[in-house]
Design a protein around this ligand. Structure first.
Ligand SMILES: *[C@@H]1O[C@H](CO)[C@@H](O)[C@H](O)[C@H]1NC(C)=O
Ligand SMILES: *[C@@H]1O[C@H](CO)[C@@H](O)[C@H](O)[C@H]1NC(C)=O
Length: 241
């Protein structure tokens, strides 16, 4: 009967077709997990307290289902403070108290930001991606915010700097080192003499100065910026630290 009517009326037929397409689109949107957007409040319900809901975690605005890691992310688990929220900063700060549980990365260095992006990659590999958290990292249509683009650019810059640092440092071999409870620390060179040197690019990378021990040949020892270990002879191959 219905088919007959459809066939009889081209107008009705088109209407039915449009309705079918709309139904199909609605159906696929519903089942396309990539389209799911969460509010902070919705995400908060998925903190492991309500056993009927999956445990979800946000990082850089990406939301993952971590239910299969319930022993870690569920109530009483070691990572439970990550559940039901985006606490991106805590992945590097290790601060799980009060305002430490924030998604703001303000003031973090490029290596720290890079490390958070690597954590997000870890979740992509290990858990199911379920959607986006609307807020700092995604606007309400699900598009990335300027903040997220800035974070990703900073992480990329960090990766470049680290690579450059590795190349720079490879030019000057590092000292061997060991440490024991009884004898304390010791550095030594198989070839050359131990000197403390400023790590290049460290300020740009971490915002802090840091030094490393590298081995220099005798004819390199008058370079500027080389520091002899305290209490160690100029030409000693081994120094206590
Ligand atoms: C989980 O979220 C619910 C609802 O927001 C809240 O009542 C409960 O205290 C939270 N549990 C934990 C462990 O944070
Ligand atoms: C954690 O972060 C809060 C808020 O920024 C701060 O008050 C607190 O001192 C921090 N705790 C640690 C151990 O760093």
């Amino acid at each position: 009967m219905a088919v007959k009517i459809l066939a009889a009326s081209p107008f009705l037929g088109i209407t039915a077709l449009v309705a079918l397409i709309a139904l199909f689109l609605g159906f696929s949107f519903k089942f396309m997990p990539r389209q799911r957007l969460f509010s902070v409040e919705e995400l908060a319900l998925h903190n492991g307290t309500d056993e009927s809901l999956p445990i979800l975690l946000g990082i850089l605005g990406s939301v993952f289902d971590v239910s299969k890691g319930k022993s870690h992310y569920g109530i009483g688990g070691g990572y439970s403070h990550f559940a039901g929220r985006d606490a991106s900063r805590a992945f590097v700060s290790g601060n799980f108290t009060g305002d430490g549980l924030t998604d703001s990365l303000r003031g973090l260095s490029s290596t720290e930001v890079k490390s958070i992006v690597e954590w997000r990659d870890f979740y992509y590999r290990s858990y199911k991606y379920v959607g986006k958290l609307v807020g700092r990292y995604y606007e309400n249509q699900g598009n990335p915010t300027k903040y997220l683009k800035g974070v990703e650019a900073k992480a990329a810059r960090g990766a470049q700097l680290l690579e450059k640092q590795k190349i720079e440092e490879a030019k000057q071999p590092s000292c061997n080192s060991r440490w024991s409870q009884d004898e304390g620390g010791e550095v030594w060179c198989d070839v050359g003499f131990p000197r403390l040197v400023q790590r290049p690019l460290e300020i740009a990378l971490t915002g802090k100065m840091s030094k490393r021990c590298a081995c220099f040949r005798e004819d390199q020892l008058d370079q500027s910026g080389l520091e002899v270990y305290e209490g160690c002879d100029d030409l000693a191959k081994k120094c206590r630290v």
